[in-house]
Design a protein around this ligand. Sequence first.
Ligand SMILES: Cc1ncc(COP(=O)(O)O)c(C=O)c1O
Length: 378
Amino acid sequence: MNIATQAAQIGLEWDSRTGAVTVPIYQTATFRHPGLGQSTGYDYSRSGNPTRQSLEAGIARLDGAARGFAYSSGMAAITSLLFLFSRGDHIVVTEDLYGGTYRLFEQIFNQFGLEFTYVDTSDASLVEAAIRPNTRALFVESLTNPLLKVADIRLLSTLCRQRGLLCIVDNTFLTPYLMRPLELGADIAIYSGSKYLSGHNDTICGLVTVKEPQLAEKVYFHQNGAGAVLGPQDSWLTIRGMKTLSVRLDRQQENAMALARWLKSHPRVTKVYYPGLEEHPGHGLLQEQADGFGAMIAFEVADHSLVEQLLLKTELISFAESLGGVETLMTFPAVQTHADIEPEKRELLGITDRLLRLSVGIEDVRDLIADLEQAFSI
Ligand SMILES: Cc1ncc(COP(=O)(O)O)c(C=O)c1O
């Protein structure tokens, strides 16, 4: 069944007693046992809650996974996955990844003896060269943040399988609507559900999908053991958001393409990063492995002074972190999302002090262009 159809139907199968077409919010911490040694299948909401399970089953269906898991944030989801590894294990990671993930790896899990090497994962030969005898996994962003580099997930998954590594894909920027990493061979996909999946800038949520049942059992053990689960209210909000994922993303992508073209022709813009543009180095590869180009754009302005001017003078476009919601947001990665990456490293990666990132929403694109135009011309 088409992903758009599956997403719209999440939660519909659950309440056979009343026929409710949306899953009820089971706002309960615990469940009564019908008898000694008996269970309804639910004992305690950290271990399992029907609203959360509806979301977990839904994301698993979209990704073609054995199981799905919902966490209190994307970072909680990544943290829980790191419990699969032990002291001395090494993980190869995308170099221009989300700054919060970098901080988690370098400032928290480093202390527990995990080692990380950062490479340009759009070049599989660099990934291969970084593999060591103690390497256990590859952690790759399918579309990187903020420079929108494209990794060849099929090729990298094959490499991981040959070398006995887990292939973990952060697919936040594309979502299962546009790309399904497990179908391309990856073992695990993770999502910040706070972005496109919930889609309205009103929920913090993390989701994980796991291809193989045996590995899924381990992930469940850690989810329950560490306990950073998503509450029933936020599970419900995420389901509600996911129902409209396809229509939102269709519109967002259409807007992003129009905005990228407009930015490209602007005299005070020196570079535009959008994989939908034919000249983007990952354009062809993304076309092969995904059903769209997403709705994130990064662009460089001619002069640093324009950064503040655009962030503060746009009226419709909000200067705010995060992405994927219906409202268009603009941010300055060097100071906001990627502040935890050392300045020299940032500059080398191309996250310069002239780079802005746009998360394109569902507004009328003519209004977005007019807003940018007036901010540029002040
Ligand atoms: C690509 C990516 N992965 C993970 C995260 C972390 O997710 P959360 O903010 O839901 O903890 C983010 C957040 O911005 C992100 O952009």
